[in-house]
Design a protein around this ligand. Sequence first.
Ligand code: AMP
Length: 297
Amino acid sequence: MGDLEARFPDLMSMDPVMEIVDSPSRMRVLSQELRRSNFLLGLVPTMGALHEGHLSLIRRAVAACPAVVVSIFLNPIQFGPNEDLCSYPRTMERDLEVCRKESVSVVYAPPQEKMYAKDFDTWVEVPSLASGLCGSSRPGHFRGVATVVTKLLAACRPDKAFFGEKDYQQLVLIRRMVRDLDLGVEIVGCPTVREADGIAMSSRNVHLNGDERARAQSLSRGLFQARELLRQGERSSSTLRKMVCEELTRAKAEIDYVEVVAPDTLVPVERVDSPCRILVAAKIGKTRLIDNILLEP
Ligand code: AMP
């Protein structure tokens, strides 16, 4: 009996259609079978605690691919020693239920020890895209992301993999990694899903108390104000960034960065004369939040 079967016996026995897989070897065999009978296989990698943002990816995948794998794996190697791995929300039972309702074919949820041998020591790095923005305050984070995504792609062998624009630096980095390593999977970027008040949905939002939640709106509000300023004709990145910083400061957010960058290289730009991305990271209380939007002159 697999680890998940032992932990959730009722769910496993109730489930005639959706298979829950907990080992890379079983996943490889199953993906081969699925591809053979369904032609197109989609993968949605997640760390669980699924919300509407994840659901938008899953729905997009189900619409595009006859068979869809959702991976649920809280990846320890992308968390720094002082980060929130221990307090990261875990809702596996609910997540499985959600996936079943969305007609997901397979949930791939390996335990840590099946992903990382004790002497695991092989890494995938994209230094030029991993060093700035979130990479500056989270050293090692993107090498952890690139490594686990490579492993998930190797086990699932999807035709298409779906990633959110919410984690924009991650999306750009994964695209580059897939291109550089000839991984032969189409990376589909999906728009950020927001709460009614503008906050980008995130598993970490559950950590915000009432006051912090209100203050967290400053990230998206600042970004949308910058976009409005651009619409009025402002092209200077520093002016746009300043506006976002002021909004964050008013909300007593601890700013990590506010940057305007070229969309594919993430190199900072001085003027927004072509489509760019404006990205922000800030702490509200103890919770680190990120957001970004497209700036189109
Ligand atoms: P996570 O579980 O946080 O690693 O996220 C798994 C995937 O869901 C990533 O590709 C994220 O970019 C994506 N995602 C997370 N939040 C959102 C959101 N609010 N809108 C769209 N995609 C999201």
